[in-house]
Design a protein around this ligand. Sequence first.
Ligand code: BG6
Ligand code: MG
Length: 224
Amino acid sequence: MLPIKACIFDLDGVLVDTATYHFLAWKRLADMLDIAFTLEDNERLKGVSRMASLDIILSLGRRELPEGERLRLAELKNGWYREYLAALDESALLPGVKDFLLGCKALGLSIAVGSASKSAGEVLESTGIRGLFDAVVDGNAPVPPKPAPDIFLVATEKLGVRPQEAVVFEDAEAGIEAALAGGMAAVGVGSLERLSRANLVIPGFEGVDPAGILRHFASKRSSG
Ligand code: BG6
Ligand code: MG
């Protein structure tokens, strides 16, 4: 079995507390459309592209709208989301993230971001962590969205590693599916109940040592 050489991180809800902002902006849109939309419903939107997220909300309200109107609503949501981003700084990094990333680098691992968001570059700049990454693949990449594995596969290509040499960190079910479909190891960041398909689940990065993650996968691999 191949040793782990790289870590690929989802952005929203894994590195930065922006998942809440996506939810608040979608909630505002759903309220405007008079469609009931809960935090539980929102779990289905995590990791999913902007237009696919809108379609899930419309399906909750059993609405069908023409393409032009759907684009207008998605743009409206994005405008509200980007209002939240205007105030973003390093304090939005989730607990333990900075130390974990620095720990990966100290171990000689390559690190990348693999996000569905078209605003990923801006979020990385505002939070001051862009310079830590060897590669960034975001929602502007011309590839199919998660749960297709392509965003993460492009990241492994950019890092020059094989998929089997990479661990993906994800808070979304769609992202876990994408990692597994691409032949990568998947670490769920969040609740075990929701992310049970992952190879390993951690509640967050606080107090988590990257060397421990490597040891976990090394022992799994040597025991077959
Ligand atoms: C993902 C989020 O990272 O990016 C989703 O989990 C979001 O909630 C998706 O819809 C697309 O983001 P954006 O910024 O391009 O609308
Ligand atoms: Mg996410």
